[in-house]
Structure formats: C-alpha cells, structure tokens
Ligand binder design. Structure first.
Ligand code: AMP
Length: 366
C-alpha cells in the first residue's frame, strides 16, 4: 500500500490507522465507515470498543517497533485518540505514513509548560505559571505566583489526576510528594465563573471549521455535561473562535482539536486557555446530533485530506455522559423523546467509567 503524497486526499477504500481503542476511536471508526474508509486500530490488549466496529486490530504495546512497522505498512495515514502517544512511536510511524495531527502538535500538548509557553507566545492568556523541578523551585514559584495555586505534573495528567491544590506554605513538601516529585508546573488559581470549550477542525489545505463553544460542568473532576449554547455573548464566542484559529494555524495543525477554556464574567468577559487536546474531545460529543457534520467525521475528513464539512448547529444540545451505572437506565433513556443515545460497547461497568452519552436536543432559539 502506498502512502498518500502529503497533500493528496485518501480516496474511499483507503485505510486510516488509529492509535488507541477506546470510545473516541470507536466513534472515529464509525464516522470513517460512513465515508467508505476503513480503520485499523492499534492498542494494547484490553477492552477495545473501537475494535468492535473496525476492519482490523493490532494488539501490541506502543514501544513495539516491529508491530508499529507492520501496522504502518497496512495503513495510508495514522491518527490517534489520545495525546500521550510516545514520541518514538510517532517517529517510527512517520517514517512510513503521514501522522496527523503532527509530532509538533503532540510535543506542544503533552507538556503543560511547553503548552502554556506556546500559548503565551501566541498572545493567548493562560493562568500564570512556573516550571517546577525541585522543592526549591516550588518554594520560589509559590512566592512568585502566590497561593492558593495548583501543582500539576507537566505530563500525563487527566481528569484531575496528577494535581493538587496548594493553600499555604506549610503544605509545599506534601504537595510535591503528592504529584510523585515528577517534573511539575505551578499554576495560579483562575477564579473562573464557568468552564467552556471549543472544538475546531483544520484541513490539510489550511481551512478551518469551528463549532459553537460549549459550557462544561464537571463532577469529581470528570466531565458530566456540556451545554450548547454556552450562554456567553456573541463577542466572547467570536473571541473563543479567534483563539482556536490562532492555535491551529500556528501549529499548521491537521485534524480536530479541543480547546479548554476558563470564562471570567467580570469586565465584559475574559477567556483563559486551560488545556489543548490534539484530538476529538468529550465536550464535542453534542455535535453528533446537533450539527450536520460532527467532530468525528470532521477529524476523519481532515486527516484523510478531504474538504471539511459545515460545523453549523441545527439544534441546541445538552450532552450528558453516562458514567458507571448510569448506563443501567438505557431503556428509559432510549425512550426519551428528543434524546439520542450513544453506548460504547464496554464490557465492564466501573465507577466513573465513561460507558456512553446522551444528547438531549431542543429547537434553536427554544
Ligand atoms: P486539567 O487537568 O488542567 O484539565 O484540570 C482539571 C480541572 O481542575 C479543570 O477542569 C478545572 O476545574 C481545575 N483547574 C485546573 N487548572 C486550574 C487553574 N489554573 N485555576 C483554576 N482551576 C483549575
């Protein structure tokens, strides 16, 4: 199978490789199938919702170079459903096929210090921050940034894991221990009124398509709900779009990105970027039923070099994650009018595990 030249579109019948076998990979594979494209999933052994709906699966570790090379020979382009793809794996694959989004996007999004430095260089507001490698760094950073603040690991944090709040000088050594003494970042606490996110796609030709911002509600550090419209002014929504466009253009990005934002209502409204996800994002699941072309199809179109679709929203939507035993109500949810139900085919129900989601729709302006 020949790798597509860097700017040509992958025709129907072509194969997209996806690193990761979870629900995001599953929804990407379903979207690819609608476009006549095939998917080959690469994931470590385990419960792989994506494999149930894909053409092929390779079970192997991300440091298994020979498995990666075999995989690369069976696909035309490769993408991923999680941002912690090891650099060596991305480099091995890139020798054979285009990796989209690129290694540069991974480099920026995998490390909170690199990410915030990139954002500030782009003129985008973030929490004030300092890199922390030693206990002494942490003491200096706490004095400079002020407390309370949040100490987070630079890499591999998710859903509130690998982070702790720091309230007073006496807790400094404990805080450092609680993040495993790993390389860290100290961030000033942003006094936000709401958490928002915006999902943007950028195609191979540089065109962008941005969805409406969503307002996100977390419970126990896990996304519980996303609501669209987000209840912010048109001017602020335009600011969110401009921020997202600035980011993807600077990275020469190809694919969908989720941009997590803090919203402060005072002074006419301000936006801070918290985090970038170089992939489809949980807070974009509402697009599956409220937009003509959803985030998953948009990502597949982008990485396959196709034209992007319209991100226009034709309904208001509230997305609710089905966590753990929430899925037991599937029959009731399936009978709710105006509700679309998406289940991920996971074998085992565990506390807090993302088992599916529902999108509750209402008419625009309603
Ligand atoms: P993160 O892992 O960076 O997405 O952080 C998880 C959650 O912690 C966010 O969704 C916020 O609710 C909160 N949080 C993270 N960073 C900050 C910050 N600098 N200021 C205030 N809240 C934060």
């Amino acid at each position: 199978m020949s790798a597509p030249s860097s700017k040509s579109a992958l025709p129907p019948g072509g194969t997209i490789g996806i690193l990761g076998g979870g629900q995001l990979g599953r929804m990407l594979a379903l979207a690819a199938a609608r476009l006549g494209l095939k998917c080959h999933i690469y994931a470590p052994e385990g419960d792989t919702p994506a494999a149930q709906v894909s053409d092929a699966i390779t079970y192997a570790e991300y440091d298994d170079t020979s498995a990666l090379e075999l995989f690369a020979r069976s696909i035309d382009v490769v993408t991923y459903e999680f941002e912690n793809v090891p650099r060596d794996a991305a480099e091995t694959l890139a020798r054979h096929v285009p990796v989209r989004p690129s290694a540069r996007a991974l480099e920026v999004c995998q490390d909170r210090v690199v990410e915030k430095t990139f954002l500030n260089d782009a003129g985008i507001r973030t929490a004030r921050f300092a890199a922390v490698a030693t206990l002494q760094d942490l003491e200096t950073a706490a004095a400079r940034i002020g407390l309370p603040a949040i100490l987070k690991t630079r890499r591999f944090g998710y859903d509130g894991k690998g982070q702790t709040q720091l309230h007073g000088d006496s807790g400094i050594a404990d805080a450092r221990r609680s993040v495993g003494e790993a390389p860290a970042i100290l961030e000033a606490l942003v006094p936000f009124d709401a958490e928002l996110s915006i999902i943007i796609a950028r195609g191979l030709d540089g065109t962008t398509a941005c969805y409406d911002p969503a307002r996100n509600v977390h419970e126990n550090h896990i996304l519980a709900r996303s609501e669209v419209p987000a209840g912010i002014s048109d001017a602020l929504a335009a600011d969110a779009r401009a921020i997202a466009e600035n980011i993807v253009n600077r990275l020469d990005y190809v694919g969908v990105m989720g941009v997590e934002l803090f919203f402060i209502g005072a002074n006419g409204g301000e936006l801070y970027v918290n985090e970038l996800a170089p992939r489809v994002h949980n807070s974009g699941h509402w697009t599956m039923d409220a937009c003509g072309v959803d985030q998953f199809e948009q990502h597949i179109r982008a990485v396959a070099g196709w034209p992007l679709g319209s991100p226009e929203r034709h309904h208001n939507a509230v997305m609710q994650n089905l966590l753990g035993s929430d899925i037991d109500a599937w029959q009731k949810l399936a009978s709710e009018p105006g509700t679309a139900i998406h289940l991920y085919g996971k074998g085992e129900t565990r506390l807090g595990r993302k088992m599916g989601h529902v999108n509750r729709l209402s008419p625009l302006g309603g």
